[in-house]
Design a protein around this ligand. Structure first.
Ligand SMILES: [Fe+2]
Length: 507
């Protein structure tokens, strides 16, 4: 059953594909942590004002193993899998020394050249058929091409289709490091086609501040000249990681939060692949999503959502009922990093951008102490922008508002990052998803000319899946399509809209 209200703009033609953890229980065993759930892909296909919807479990190897055994045999971040009964005793003993990255790619959907991949934070990604959502081929091991043990699910894409992503290497000879990886567009060489993944290469390496405790990170920033990496004191203890692997304890126990330490901003010059010599530090915070970054008047503006609460991964996300979570909710913050500071005076504020309360002060040790400011006090996460403005001065961010009463994602928020003013869309009993901005074909002059897409889940009707279309300028509903699914509709983290008319699908 499908119900239409309002209208869908005729220029909006393409696929909105979303991804998220939707399956936590196999037999009578259940995964513990929010990140542990097995991936369910959801897709709204929009064509000439009509919309269809389908969803599918990602047919990962790890999902199949659990299904085959009808219980959890695959370890995820917060849950240890029970030994596979098909293994011999010797195989079980040897498995202590295996660290096999998961292919439960449950966080995002990313276009790389003409291929589409489901991704999580593992270096193993799954190519999917964008029409059927079925897996294509075997799992793709990025770690067999470049030396990384992790990979974010939030790459950046350039207009020519070049993709950049970031991953940590825990075991390099010079110690743990953070690598930036380039995935060029597909090409044919010597009669052989090379995909973006085939051509992966590391273009920059950032050494780790804490040698045995590399920082956790979930995204990074990119401008025309710079990569921006935030090294925060929410770290992964490599010693604890190995210990937990041997003793069969959950990997989540290796996450450690050091609120007395600083958060560092690392800026990499894209031309040289080297970190610029200036060191920037600020108070400890935890961020998942960088919103945007751009240069202005010799200063680098970096916007992100952050919380001062280091328990967000280890405690808050281990609780499946959000109303029981006691968490300092994330807000949208700005930091300003002056770039040319070699001859700058000490102990005065070096930020000269008008209208900001952000500060940056050079100290005697040449470290630039930066002090961010809150763009808005409104709890805000899963933010997106008009990606045409990535790396450029911009005005609007579109995100999810979080209820202060029960921590649910119950609002869609358009935030003016200059004034901090917000426009809010909300409806009783509806959970919203990350809003994705889509611009009309050819329009580039008005940043908020276009629509925003969000999928809705109904608290009282678990089989109802809805696609909501908002006018990005007025923040008013243009149209909605409700679908009656066969089973419970599960939430999603992230997704992408691929317009039929586009050859390169930007982020
Ligand atoms: Fe994310």
């Amino acid at each position: 059953m499908t119900t239409f209200t309002g209208f869908i703009p005729v220029w909006l033609n393409g696929r909105l594909t979303r991804n998220g953890p939707g399956l936590y229980t196999y037999g009578d065993t259940t995964y513990n942590h929010l990140f542990d759930g097995f991936a369910v892909l959801h897709q709204f296909r929009i064509k000439n004002g009509h919309v269809t919807y389908h969803s599918r479990f990602l047919q990962s190897d790890d999902h199949k193993k659990n299904r085959l055994n009808n219980r959890i045999v695959v370890t995820q971040l917060g849950t240890v899998g029970h030994p596979d009964p098909c293994k011999t005793l010797l195989q079980r003993f040897m498995s202590i020394f295996e660290v096999e990255a998961t292919d439960n790619c449950s966080v995002n959907v990313v276009h790389m050249g003409d291929e589409v991949y489901a991704m999580t934070e593992s270096p193993v990604i799954r190519r999917i058929d964008p029409s059927t959502l079925e897996c294509i081929g075997e799992k793709t091991k990025v770690d067999s091409i470049v030396a990384v043990n992790t990979l974010t699910a939030h790459p950046h894409v350039e207009h020519d289709g070049t993709v950049y992503n970031m991953g940590s290497s825990f075991a390099s000879s010079s110690g743990p490091a953070y690598n930036i990886i380039k995935f060029p567009p597909p090409r044919v060489e010597g009669g052989r086609r090379k995909s973006s993944v085939d051509q992966a290469e590391i273009v920059a390496t950032i050494p780790c501040q804490w040698r045995l405790h590399p920082s956790y990170y979930h995204s990074f920033g990119m401008t025309e000249k710079y990569f921006i990496f935030v090294e925060m004191p929410l770290v992964i203890s490599l010693g604890k990681l190995i210990y937990n692997h041997i003793t069969k304890e959950a990997f989540i126990g290796a996450f450690q939060w050091y609120p007395e330490e600083k958060t560092h901003f690392r800026v990499v010059d894209r031309r040289t692949g080297r970190q610029i010599p200036t060191r920037y530090s600020t108070e400890a915070f935890v961020t998942f999503h960088q919103t945007n970054a751009y240069e202005k008047d010799g200063q680098l503006v970096v916007d992100l959502t952050a919380t001062s609460d280091g328990g967000i991964i280890t405690e808050a996300m281990s609780e499946r009922d959000p109303s029981k979570v006691n968490l300092v909710l994330p807000t949208h913050r700005r930091f300003v990093l002056p770039l040319d500071v070699q001859n700058a005076p000490q102990d005065i504020n070096l930020v000269t951008l008008p209208g900001t309360k952000c500060k940056a002060t050079k100290r005697a040790n040449d470290v630039i102490e930066i002090e961010g400011c809150e763009i808005s006090a409104h709890p805000f996460e899963l933010q997106r922008i008009n990606y045409q403005y990535n790396g450029r001065e911009y005005r609007y961010s579109y995100g999810v508002g979080i209820s202060r009463v029960n921590n649910t994602h119950d609002k869609l928020v358009k935030m003016d990052v200059v004034t901090g003013q917000v426009q809010i869309w909300t409806e009783t009993n509806k959970f919203v998803s990350e809003p994705i901005f889509v611009k009309p074909p050819g329009s580039t002059k008005e940043e908020d000319k276009g629509v925003v897409l969000s999928s809705l889940i109904d608290q009282t009707d678990p089989k109802l899946a809805s696609l909501l279309v908002l006018d990005a300028k007025t923040w008013k509903e243009l149209g909605r399509v409700d679908f009656r699914a066969n089973g419970t509709v599960t939430p999603t983290f992230h997704g992408q809209f691929a317009a039929d008319a586009d050859e390169v699908h930007m982020y």
